[in-house]
Design a protein around this ligand. Structure first.
Ligand code: UT7
Length: 332
């Protein structure tokens, strides 16, 4: 799916919030559980540490403060929201949805609320979906959450996955604006590659204790990631008739520093326009892009008028890019 939306009703992000759990887990700490080292992890992934939720915390607990901050920045309350989407593969439970749980906690009693599953691309999918609802007049104000507690589904005996992931969530408010806002989206999925990154024992095919952890063919996902991050971004920029030189801020999915470096080099984005948080948070799945947006806002790099390109990729296999002309001052 690819579309430029500049001819439609302008819709933009008017509020942004994020939250990571307090507990920092270093590479050295993980080396006590599996045969790995800080040196290997930093060299192969760029990850230095990640956050992990306490046993008592579920995704909705981590996402709630992010939602509260996003709503406050937009000058809204929960009751003003009529659409709430949570992009995640680690909801509090299969049902009720984490979106419904959050809607209740936020007092969003008028909101349609549901979870969306598109792996690490979930946040970009949810942006496109909520854009369509708001631009089409079906919803007035949407709250979109991207977040995961991947630590819950990691095998602490598997060094090839344990070191990569972390926990965190971000939230954004989408509303109609006078001008600017979203410019286009490109989304896709290739189910044939699904078993490169999967949770086999988690649903109606198989619900099994012994298969409840993430399984991944790292090399296959690496090849896919390096190809698709570039392809998706290039396709969207071409469709929107925008040059990469016009992109002020590039926010790729934060999976691995080598993947980000490859995409940045191939696309020709200067390194000072790339937002990086994988060193501090690891791969936070659906949380990675909104957390990076919040980082860029906090350090003053996300300013009104800037063209921001976000590209995600992940389980499915899925991918997606969104291009937005930023409208609102959001410095912390
Ligand atoms: O959102 C999408 C989520 N997933 C991804 O983005 C993952 C994409 N893939 C990757 O990032 C990389 O493939 C990894 C970081 C997972 C692995 O890096 P690599 O350079 O592709 O390593 P490799 O799989 O080719 O493995 C090289 C060696 C292997 O040992 P042998 O067979 O050469 O003896 C692995 O067993 O590294 C070993 N290895 C480790 N060694 C120390 C794998 N994981 C670790 C580890 N510590 N944590």
């Amino acid at each position: 799916m690819i579309a430029t939306v500049s001819a439609g009703r302008p819709v933009s992000i008017t509020g942004l919030g994020c939250k990571v759990p307090d507990r920092i887990v270093t590479n050295e700490e993980l080396a006590k559980f599996v045969d790995t080292s800080d040196e290997w992890i930093v060299e192969r992934t760029g990850i230095r540490e990640r956050r992990m939720a306490d046993d008592a915390e579920a995704l909705s607990d981590v996402a709630l403060p992010a939602c509260v901050d996003a709503l406050a920045q937009a000058g809204l309350e929960g009751a003003d929201i009529d659409l709430l989407i949570v992009a995640t593969v680690t909801p509090d439970m299969a049902f009720p949805s984490t979106a419904a749980i959050l809607a209740d906690k936020l007092g969003a009693t008028s909101a349609a609320a549901y979870d969306l599953s598109a792996g690490c691309t979930g946040f970009v999918y949810a942006l496109a979906q909520s854009y369509g609802m708001v631009a089409g007049g079906v919803a007035k104000r949407a709250l979109v959450v991207g977040g995961d507690l991947l630590s819950r589904i990691l095998d602490w005996d598997d060094r090839s996955t344990l070191v990569l992931f972390g926990d965190g969530a971000g939230a954004v408010v989408l509303e109609a604006v006078p001008d600017h806002g979203f410019v286009g989206f490109e989304l896709g999925a290739d189910g044939a590659g699904g078993q490169s990154l999967w949770l086999p024992g988690s649903g109606s095919r198989l619900f099994d204790e012994s298969e409840k952890y993430v399984k991944m063919n790292g090399r296959e996902v690496f090849k896919f990631a390096t190809r698709i991050l570039v392809q998706s971004a290039e396709d969207l920029l071409a469709k929107c008739e925008v040059s990469i030189d016009d992109v002020d801020l590039y926010i790729p999915h934060q999976a691995n520093m080598r993947i980000i470096d490859h995409a940045t080099r191939k696309l020709g984005v200067p390194s000072d326009r790339v937002v990086i948080n994988v060193d501090r948070y690891g791969n936070t799945s659906s949380g990675s892009i909104p957390l990076a947006l919040a980082d860029a806002a906090a350090d003053g790099r996300l300013r009104p008028g800037q063209l921001v390109l976000m590209t995600g990729m992940g389980a499915g296999l899925t991918w997606g890019s969104a291009l937005i002309r930023w409208t609102k001052e959001m410095a912390a």
